[in-house]
Design a protein around this ligand. Structure first.
Ligand code: PHB
Length: 393
C-alpha cells in the first residue's frame, strides 16, 4: 500500500517539477525581450516620450510576433543619469535576460552601458545618443540616430556660400557638443570662414544669457548652436529676447535646436533659421506622411521629432535581425544581422554600415517656414549618403 502511494507522489512531484521548470523555460524561449532604457522624466524627458511612442507605434503597425517569438518591450526610466542607466541595464541583462538593449537618451548613458553590452554579448541599439565615438565603445553597439559630425559638416559647407564669413560657436559642454564644435569649426576654417570664439555651456540646467551677451558683443555674422533635444526652445527664446537677430546676427545650428517636438511653440522669432539634420517632420515622402499621421493619431497630435525616427528605425533593425536569424540568434548573430541593413525610413533611405555599425543617411539643409499656420523645418537641399566623418581618422 505504501509503495504505490509514494511512487505516485514521487511521480507527481517529478512531473510537477518538470512542468514547473519547463513552463517558464518555454515561455522564456518564446519571448524576445527588448530592454528600452530612456529618460522618461527630467531634463531629457521629451526624448524618452518620443522614442517610446515611436517604438510602440512600430509594434502596433508590425505586430508583436516575429519568427515565432513574442516581442516584449520593457521600458525603464533612467532620468538621464548614466549611473541609473548602467544599473537598469544590468538588471535587464541579469534578471530579465533581455535579448537586446536599446534607447540611450544621451551620450553618457550609452557610454555607461557599452561595457555591459560587451561583457554579456547583448546588442545595444542606440536610438538617440549622437557622439561619434559611441559605436567604438563596444562591438555590440548599432546606431540608428545620427552623429553630430555628420550633421554639422553640411552646414559649414553651406554657411560661407551664403554670406556667413564669421561665426561664434555655442555648444553644450559634453560629447555631442564637443563633436559639433570640432567638426563645424574646422570645416568653416577649411572653407575660408573665421571662427571668432568657441563657447561651451554646461549640459545640466544651462543659463544661456551670459553666453548670448558675449556673442552680441563679438558680433559674428552667425551663431552656430548645438544643444541637446529639449533645450532648443530656451536658446531661441533668449536669442530673440536679446534682439540678436536685429543686431544682424543669424542663428544657425544642427536640427537639435529647431526640434520638431518644440518648434511649433517657439513663435515667429524662429522663422528663417537654417539648420542641418537628418530628419524633419515635413520631409516630403509618402512614407513620412504616413508615419507622421499615424504617430500623431496615436499620441494626441504630438509631432514626431528626430528622436522618434531613431526609435522607429531602431525597432525595424531589431525586428529584421530577429526575422533573418529565424528567432534563433544570440547577441553576436543578431548584431551580424543588423549590419548592412538598408531600408527606406521616414527620413529617407538609410543603411547600417557593416564596418562601423553606424547609420549612413542623407543630411538635409532646412529653413524654418510657416505652412498652414504651423512652423516646420522645410528641406531645401540634401547631401546624399553621409557617413559619420568622425570615423575617418
Ligand atoms: C547626446 O547626448 O548624444 C545627444 C542628446 C540629444 C541630442 C543629440 C545628442 O539632440
Amino acid at each position: 500500500m505504501q509503495a504505490p502511494t509514494s511512487r505516485r507522489t514521487a511521480l507527481t512531484l517529478a512531473a510537477a517539477a518538470l512542468a514547473g521548470l519547463a513552463a517558464p523555460a518555454m515561455a522564456q524561449d518564446n519571448v524576445f525581450k527588448i530592454g528600452l532604457v530612456l529618460p522618461m522624466t527630467g531634463q531629457q524627458a521629451t526624448t524618452g516620450r518620443q522614442i517610446e511612442a515611436a517604438a510602440r507605434l512600430y509594434m502596433a503597425q508590425n505586430g508583436d510576433t516575429v519568427a515565432g517569438k513574442k516581442v516584449q518591450l520593457i521600458v525603464k526610466d533612467d532620468t538621464s543619469l548614466p549611473d541609473q542607466t548602467r544599473r537598469l541595464a544590468q538588471e535587464l541583462i541579469v534578471n530579465d535576460k533581455v535579448n537586446v538593449l536599446a534607447g540611450m537618451g544621451i551620450t553618457p548613458s550609452a557610454l555607461a552601458v557599452a561595457p555591459l553590452a560587451t561583457q554579456s554579448k547583448t546588442p545595444l541599439v542606440v536610438m538617440a545618443a549622437a557622439t561619434s565615438s559611441i559605436t567604438e565603445a563596444s562591438p555590440f553597439v548599432v546606431r540608428t540616430s545620427f552623429t553630430l559630425p555628420q550633421a554639422s559638416v553640411a552646414l559649414a559647407d553651406w554657411a560661407p556660400k551664403n554670406g556667413i564669413k564669421t561665426v561664434v560657436s555655442l555648444v553644450s559642454d559634453y560629447g555631442p557638443g564637443i563633436d559639433a564644435e570640432k567638426f563645424f569649426n574646422a570645416r568653416m576654417v577649411n572653407n575660408g570662414g573665421k571662427v571668432i570664439e568657441a563657447l561651451r555651456v554646461p549640459m545640466r540646467n544651462p543659463d544661456f544669457a551670459p553666453f548670448l551677451q558675449k556673442v552680441r558683443d563679438l558680433k559674428p555674422d552667425a551663431l552656430f548652436v548645438f544643444v541637446p533635444s529639449g533645450a532648443g526652445a530656451a536658446v531661441m527664446k533668449q536669442f530673440s529676447e536679446r534682439g540678436m537677430d536685429k543686431a544682424g546676427i543669424k542663428l544657425i545650428g544642427t536640427g537639435d535646436v529647431t526640434d520638431d517636438d518644440q518648434l511649433n511653440d517657439m513663435g515667429d522669432g524662429v522663422l528663417g533659421v537654417v539648420t542641418s539634420h537628418h530628419y524633419s517632420a515635413a520631409h516630403p515622402s509618402e512614407l513620412n506622411k504616413k508615419f507622421v499621421d499615424a504617430f500623431q493619431k496615436a499620441n494626441k497630435n504630438l509631432r514626431p521629432n528626430f528622436m522618434a525616427v531613431g526609435g522607429y528605425d531602431g525597432m525595424r533593425v531589431i525586428y529584421e535581425a530577429l526575422r533573418s536569424t529565424k528567432g534563433a540568434g544570440g547577441g553576436e548573430a543578431l548584431v551580424a544581422a543588423m549590419k548592412g541593413q538598408i531600408f527606406e525610413s521616414p527620413r529617407g533611405k538609410i543603411y547600417i554600415d557593416a564596418q562601423t555599425r553606424d547609420v549612413v543617411q542623407d543630411i538635409y539643409l532646412r529653413k524654418v517656414e510657416k505652412k498652414d499656420g504651423q512652423l516646420f523645418n522645410v528641406e531645401f537641399d540634401v547631401i546624399k549618403d553621409v557617413k559619420d566623418p568622425g570615423k575617418a581618422k
